[in-house]
Design a protein around this ligand. Structure first.
Ligand code: JD8
Length: 266
C-alpha cells in the first residue's frame, strides 16, 4: 500500500523532471508512490481561464480565486476521505524531519501550490470542514510560489517510504548517518571521504583507515560537534547528556560563544 500524492498548480510542467528522476521517479515506476499533477486552470470558468483577481482592500499583486481552487479540490478529492491537504506558504508551520515522517505514514497527500500573493483566505477554512489541512513553510526566505516547496516536501517524504532506496535498512535503521544513529542525534553530519587516499595534497584522516570502529565513531562525533557548533549553535544549546569528551570538543570550538553586549531580553 503506497502513498498517493496529488499536486495542484498553474505550472504542471514544473514537476515533469523532478518526479521522473532519481529515487522518487523509481518509487513511482515501482508503484510505491502514485502522483497526480493537475493544472488549476482546468477549473477556470471564464474565457481567459483566470485564476487570479485584484486584492480586496488594495495592495500589490493579485490573489488566487477561491471558486477555482474550491472546484479543483472538490474534483480531486471526489467525496473520498483519507486525504490531507498541504498548503505551502511562508506563513505556515515549519516543515521538519518530524513532519516528513508523519506525512510518510499518510495514505494520501494533496499539495495546493499558490502563486502571486497567495490563495484567497477562505479556501483553507472551507477545506478544514472536510479534511485535515496543514499550512506549511519550508524555511524563512521568500519564494515566488508553492511549487518548489511542494517538491522539497515530496522528496523528504518520498525517501522515508518503505521500498524507496531499498529502505527499511538504508534510512530507518542506518547505523551511520544522523537519521537513526542515537550517538549522532541532534547533530549535523561531519565530513565524509572516499578514494583516493590523497587528493591535491589533502589526505583522508588517518583514523578512518585504522579499522578502530569505536575510535572512528568518537572522531565522527567530534567532527559533528565542531560543525554543529560553528553552523548551528541553536542545536548545541538543545543537546542533552554531553559527556566529558563532548564538553572538551565544544570548549575547543569556542563554545559557549563570547558574550556580546547585554541584550534587551537578558
Ligand atoms: C507559496 C505565493 C509568493 C507569498 C508574497 C511573493 C513555502 N518558505 C517559503 N517561502 N515562500 C513560500 C511560498 C511563497 C508563495 C506561495 C509558498 C504562493 N507565494 C508570495 C506571500 C507574499 N509572495 C514558502 N512553503
Amino acid at each position: 500500500m503506497g502513498l498517493r500524492i496529488d499536486i495542484v498548480t498553474i505550472f504542471p510542467e514544473y514537476f515533469d523532471s523532478p518526479l521522473r528522476v532519481s529515487l522518487i521517479g523509481k518509487a513511482a515506476a515501482r508503484g510505491d508512490i502514485a502522483f497526480g499533477v493537475h493544472d488549476l486552470r482546468s477549473w477556470a470558468t471564464d474565457v481567459h481561464h483566470s485564476v487570479d483577481d485584484l486584492p480586496f482592500g488594495g495592495g500589490p499583486g493579485m490573489v488566487m480565486k477561491p471558486d477555482v481552487w474550491g472546484d479543483a479540490l472538490d474534483a480531486i478529492l471526489d467525496g473520498s476521505t483519507g486525504a490531507r491537504l498541504v498548503v505551502p506558504t511562508p506563513s505556515g508551520v515549519p516543515f521538519t524531519q518530524d513532519l516528513a515522517a508523519r506525512y510518510a505514514a499518510e495514505p494520501w497527500l494533496v499539495f495546493a501550490c499558490g502563486r502571486y500573493e497567495g490563495i484567497d483566505g477562505r479556501v483553507v477554512p472551507a477545506m478544514r470542514a472536510r479534511l485535515p489541512v496543514d499550512e506549511v513553510s519550508i524555511g524563512d526566505y521568500v519564494l515566488a510560489g508553492g511549487e518548489a516547496a511542494a517538491l522539497v516536501m515530496v522528496e523528504a517524504v518520498g525517501r522515508l517510504l518503505p521500498g524507496v532506496l531499498g529502505n527499511a535498512s538504508s534510512v530507518t535503521d542506518d547505523s551511520f548517518g544522523t537519521d537513526a544513529d542515537p550517538a549522532m542525534r541532534g547533530l549535523l553530519e561531519g565530513p565524509v571521504y572516499t578514494r583516493p587516499r590523497e587528493w591535491r595534497g589533502l589526505e583522508v584522516p588517518e583514523i578512518l583507515l585504522s579499522g578502530h570502529h569505536a575510535a572512528i565513531a568518537r572522531w565522527r562525533r567530534d567532527m559533528a560537534l565542531r560543525r554543529t557548533a560553528a553552523h548551528r549553535p541553536d542545536l548545541i544549546a538543545a543537546l542533552r547528556d554531553l559527556d566529558r569528551r563532548d564538553q572538551q570538543v565544544l570548549a575547543e570550538a569556542g563554545w559557549p560563544a563570547e558574550e556580546g553586549p547585554p541584550s534587551r531580553s537578558g
